[in-house]
Structure formats: C-alpha cells, structure tokens
Design a protein around this ligand. Structure first.
Ligand code: GLN
Length: 304
C-alpha cells in the first residue's frame, strides 16, 4: 500500500483547515506554539516509514502520555488497577469534576484526567524514581534515547493545575489516592510535558499494533489480552466526550492530547500519528481527527 501518496494528498487538502481551531491556552506555555503546523507519520510493522509535513518536530504529548503510564501500571498491577478506575466512557470533558463526586472518587476511565491521576499515583507507589521510569519506558518503546521532559511546559502546567489539584484532593477524600497530591501533580505535569515527534509517537505505539510485543527488541510489554484491553479503552475513551464520534469516523483505537497530537493504530498493521496544534471544542486536534477519518476511509482499512 502506498501510504505516502495517501497522506501527502490528505495533508495538502487539510491545510485549508488551518484557522478553524484554537490552540490550547489554559496552559500558557502551550499557547506559545505556532498554530499552523501539521505533520503525519506512519510506521508499519513490516518496517516501513512514511512522513509528511512537520512529522519530525517535537511537541508536547500531553494526554497521549496516559497510554504509557497505564501500560506501565498494568504490567505490574494487572487487574487490580480496575478496583480504583472504571472502564466506561465519561461523556464529559477531560477535566470534569462532576461525575467524580457522585461516583465516590472512582474515575470513569484512565484517560480522563482524574483516572490518569490515579494511574500516576499507583505508578509512584511502584517506582522509587517515577519520572526516570516513565522516560525510560517511553525511550524503550520508541527506540529513541533522546526523549526528554520540556521543563518550561511542565512548570507552566504546574502553575496552572488548580482543577487537576481539585480532582486529586477530591479523590483523596474518598481514599482513592496513595501519595501526596502535590507530588502526584508534579509527576503528572511532567509526563504530559514529554516532547516527542509524530515519528517517535508512531514508533511508541507500534507495540500496541503488535499485540503487546515491542517490535524493536521483541520484549512482551503487555500480554495479548492486556493490549486488547488497552486498545478497547482507547477506542471507547481516548477522545473524552468525542470518543464515540472518533470511533464512528476513524474506526481505530487512538489517543489525543491538548498539544494537538493524535496517535492511533491498526492492529497487526501500523501506527499513525498526526500533529496539528489547533483544537476543536472537545480539546482534540481538529485537523488530526479529520486526517484519521480520511486516512482509514481512503486506505479502506480500520478495525471494522
Ligand atoms: N496536561 C493536560 C491537563 O491535565 C492534559 C489534558 C489533555 O491533553 N487532554 O489538563
């Protein structure tokens, strides 16, 4: 399949969407990003790479990091994590507090902020140096040692973390946090501030396309069953209150971040990442969503 031609055409067509969305500004450092950027990178399991536009430019992965921390915690805790976090779409924005009160501090799923904070909290209980552990994990799965935290973004996020703090303390009041909330927020803000390119992210998602097996070093990162479940969660919850629409339009598991990245994959075949910083009203990359819909339609392949 000549993916090069498909993504080059889509890239050309969707550039006209620049200006329709809005770069995230609730984290001031994210608002500094030049909006008119658009990259696509595909990595296939048979070792082909296709890129167009700003595919090698690093950006803030934000909530895409939730896939990595959940993978790390699932490896250690297995099913025990599901006592503390649910597996249902929330139908609410990613930083919403409302459900958490009446569902007694158990977040709907691991991809809304509340759920991701619980996952990061458990990760901190598992690792003496959680920030190093996260970086090491991400470096291993994408096969690139040159991956770092963007300290400027991490600081900016920490200075504007009132809602996430509120989520943390609310869950603590229900007994669903093990660590000090300020420390959890420090690790969480760092994981969101990891800088990666579309190429790095597609490579990092290849183990999911490969049913849990890291194609670069043949390490089984997740069991086949755990990889299936992670994919199902991405399909149903990866885009917050737009998850149903993404499944409907693109038909693949994926995860977005407010930095404008969308990483997705087709099991047994490939991983694809799109980056374009302007977001729609749900906090998902406007061009990213549209790109993936067109891509799976044009190549006539998805999980359905
Ligand atoms: N760091 C962001 C936050 O906590 C992540 C949100 C996102 O990417 N959707 O608000």
């Amino acid at each position: 399949m000549n993916y090069e031609e498909v993504i080059t055409r889509i890239h050309q067509e969707l550039k006209s969407y620049w200006g329709k969305g809005k770069v995230a500004d609730y984290i001031p450092a994210l608002a500094e990003v030049e909006p008119q950027q658009y990259g696509i990178a595909i990595e296939t399991l048979d070792r082909q790479s296709f890129q167009v536009g700003e595919a090698k430019v690093r950006f803030s992965i934000q909530s895409i990091s939730k896939v990595f921390t959940l993978s790390m915690v699932t490896r250690h805790l297995g099913d025990r994590i599901w006592k503390s976090v649910g597996r249902e779409p929330s139908g609410n924005p990613f930083n919403s507090l409302v459900q958490l009160e009446y569902e007694r501090g158990i977040p709907r799923n691991p991809f809304i902020n509340a759920g991701a904070l619980v996952v990061t909290d458990r990760l901190m209980s598992l690792y003496a140096h959680p920030k190093d552990a996260i970086l090491n994990f991400v470096r291993t799965i994408c096969g690139n040692d040159d991956i770092y935290y963007d300290k400027h973004i991490a600081q900016s996020e920490k200075a504007n973390a009132d809602r996430n703090m509120a989520l943390g303390y609310l869950m603590k009041s229900f007994g669903n946090m093990e660590n000090d909330i300020e420390s959890v927020l420090d690790v969480y803000c760092h994981q969101c501030a990891i800088s990666m390119s579309c190429v790095d992210l597609s490579r990092a998602f290849l183990f999911l396309a490969n049913r849990g097996l890291n194609p670069f070093n043949q390490e089984q990162i997740l069991s086949v069953s755990q990889a299936k479940r992670l994919g199902a969660l991405m399909l149903t919850c990866g885009f917050y209150d737009e998850s149903g629409d993404f499944a409907f339009r693109a038909g693949v598991p994926g995860k977005s971040g407010v930095g404008g990245g969308v990483a997705a994959y087709i099991p047994g075949s490939l991983a694809i990442t799109v980056w374009s910083p302007e977001l729609n009203r749900h906090g998902n990359s406007l061009i990213g969503m549209e790109t993936l819909e067109r891509f799976t339609t044009d190549i006539r392949n998805s999980i359905f």
